[in-house]
Design a protein around this ligand. Structure first.
Ligand SMILES: Cc1ncc(COP(=O)(O)O)c(C=O)c1O
Length: 389
């Protein structure tokens, strides 16, 4: 690579050269046979990634926030009420989004760094009913993974639609949409899927599609899934010009997920998260997120006393590794480290070497190689317990 910077933020994540190659293909017509074939493959592979048999995928130029919007406005009417389960900044975004469309939102919030207990959700559901509930699978602001399966279990047999924000989870942690009874999965390609940003990704269950069809009007045009449906059923058709190169790149990223295998991919994410955490612990760094809800896709790491956020991140960047700042109550006190997508042990080692050296440059006593050695031991343990290749 010409630019050696390692982007270890919680998305976008490093893009594999194979995917970059697909992105850099000469742009072709959106009805060229090779593009239509790639688009059709991406639609089928995305449904597979969501572990769904009958869900209807939508792959649209945009971003994760457009997916969140599509997921809501197609199935909930202005004036209806939803329950937002929020464990941070992106959970709260769903309440804001609802407000923009005249949808009432009750919010059940956890403390930052924790997840909402299923009992709290059960209490809300016992007290009333909603058109839908929204769940943020992993909140990228806090590093907390929601007990999504338990929430979904509470909703089984009820009329509320389940809208799951998988932006920081899909492709990195298990998200079996059919098994859980997810009605709308909304996600994006630039995190655990490992493709570049630029797409809004949704999967609508048959029940969610039926809910959309019951509606005669919608306060949306580009975000209306019924306008996109003919394209998803026959990708040679036109509604709005697809971002041809992004779709080629996304299709390639999905081929890589298929080649790796979903369960192996989830294990890789869990293993790399464990290795990072062993390394961080070895040099005395603590995680912000409560131990019972830490996501495998990112870590929110508290800065040691006396280490100033901007200087720390500058020191890391000078050593070729970019990490993200903390948000909300941990802004200036923590950094966010992404460990998802198509990374491997090399990226863990490079990040921990930069981390040790950055901290030393800022006056923290760190035994050289201690973080790396702890991470290497964890990785070796994983290899020893893995089935022979
Ligand atoms: C959990 C979650 N939901 C939604 C979004 C919004 O996605 P985008 O920035 O692509 O609009 C993000 C972005 O980081 C996210 O982490």
């Amino acid at each position: 690579m010409i630019d050696q910077t390692l982007t270890m933020i919680p998305g976008p994540t490093p893009v594999h050269p194979r995917i970059l190659g697909a992105l850099a293909r000469p742009t072709v017509s959106h009805v060229a046979p090779e593009f239509v074939e790639a688009f059709r493959g991406a639609i089928a592979d995305f449904r597979w990634l969501c572990q769904s048999r009958e869900g209807q995928p939508f792959i649209v130029a945009g971003g994760g926030t457009l997916a969140l919007e599509m997921g809501l406005v197609n199935v909930v009417e202005p004036g209806e009420r939803i329950l937002v389960i929020s464990q941070g900044y992106f959970g709260d975004r769903y309440a804001e989004l609802a407000g923009a469309f005249g949808i009432q939102a009750d919010v059940v919030r956890s403390e930052w760094g924790r997840a909402v207990a299923p009992e709290e959700v059960a209490a809300r559901l016992a007290a009333g009913s909603y058109a839908a509930i929204t769940i943020t699978h992993v909140d990228t602001s806090t590093g907390a993974a929601a007990p999504a399966a338990s929430y979904c279990e509470l909703l089984r047999g009820r009329k509320e639609l389940v809208i799951l924000d998988g932006v920081c989870a899909t492709g990195g942690i298990d998200e079996p949409c059919d098994t859980w009874g997810v009605d709308v999965l909304v996600t994006a390609p630039q995190k655990a899927i490992g493709a570049p940003p630029g797409l809004a990704l949704c999967l609508f269950s048959p029940r969610a599609m039926a809910r959309r069809r019951e509606r005669t009007s919608l306060p949306a045009y580009y975000a209306d899934v019924l306008r996109w449906l003919p394209v998803m059923e026959d990708p040679g058709r036109y509604y709005s010009t697809p971002c041809v190169n992004e779709v080629f790149a996304f299709a390639e990223a999905l081929r890589m997920v298929r080649a790796e295998g979903m369960s192996v991919r989830f294990l890789r994410h869990a293993g790399l998260a464990g290795a990072f955490r062993a390394g961080l612990e070895a040099i005395g760094l603590a995680l912000f997120t409560a131990p019972d809800c830490r996501a495998d896709t990112l870590s929110v790491v508290l800065l040691p006393p006396g280490v100033e956020d901007a200087s720390f991140r500058r020191a890391m960047a000078a050593r070729g590794v970019v990490v993200a700042g903390g948000l909300g109550p941990v802004a200036g006190k923590a950094f966010r480290l992404g460990h998802m997508g198509n990374i491997g042990p090399e990226e863990v080692v490079a990040t921990l070497v930069a981390l040790e050296d950055s901290l030393r440059s800022l006056g923290v006593t760190v035994e050289p190689g201690s973080a790396m050695a702890a991470a290497a031991r964890t990785l070796a343990g994983l290899r020893a317990s893995a089935p022979a290749a």
